[in-house]
Design a protein around this ligand. Sequence first.
Ligand SMILES: Nc1ncnc2c1ncn2[C@@H]1O[C@H](COP(=O)(O)OP(=O)(O)OP(=O)(O)O)[C@@H](O)[C@H]1O
Ligand SMILES: [Mg+2]
Length: 236
Amino acid sequence: MPIARVQRGFVLGQLSSAVAHELNQPLGAILRNAEAGEAFLRQDPPNLAEVREILVDIQTDDRRAAAVIQRMRSLLQQGELRFEAIALLELVAQAVAMLNTEIQTQQVTLRILVPAALPRIQGDRVQLQQVIINLLLNSLDALSAASQGQRQIEIQAAQAGTDRLTLTVEDSGTGIDPDRLPELFEPFYTTKSDGIGLGLSLSKTIIDAHGGRISAENRPQGGARVALLLPIAEED
Ligand SMILES: Nc1ncnc2c1ncn2[C@@H]1O[C@H](COP(=O)(O)OP(=O)(O)OP(=O)(O)O)[C@@H](O)[C@H]1O
Ligand SMILES: [Mg+2]
């Protein structure tokens, strides 16, 4: 599979129209608020109380737009994917290391069942790390309501057929509303008050660009499981 480089247009294509739409909302609101603010200042005497409220609204909208751009940043900056042969265990360990503090403070029991002897996968290290981090962050969020001692995350990997590995991240958290499962990977679908809804759609964009697959389900015993299928590196 000689896809050494994937153009950024390909990687971003599916997301960009949703993102443009999403950025349009706060930008439109900021403009309308700024116009209203001008009008309030022209009143005699100027209505400063209204202007103050408007400035708060403008800040809120601006922060949301900035957060959307921030989440897109690593894909936007990198431009193209750099594929190499990667040991899955190392990749998982690196992603987990980034979230060590959160895992410790939330007192989550994390089990990593990734055999070191698995063949290496073909992928972009930075982007795949980002995917694993997104999944772990979602699990951590889903566990925050669980009582102490009941907070578990498990990361497993196995070979799937001759040319793929599967990597799963599962947790003992709230699980996913079954009615919303079809929307899960759509940009800006979120159930969190402080969420943007980009974690899973960015992850899907990255996994698609690897020729892989991402899927999600609820576990019978409660909690959610997200599975990745990733291609094995050619030389392995
Ligand atoms: N492990 C999980 N357990 C329960 N629900 C989940 C899990 N992972 C994702 N979800 C649901 O899917 C929604 C979308 O997830 P996604 O990561 O795309 O966005 P987000 O976490 O809400 O915001 P962002 O990742 O942009 O900060 C979440 O709001 C949540 O409702
Ligand atoms: Mg998320």
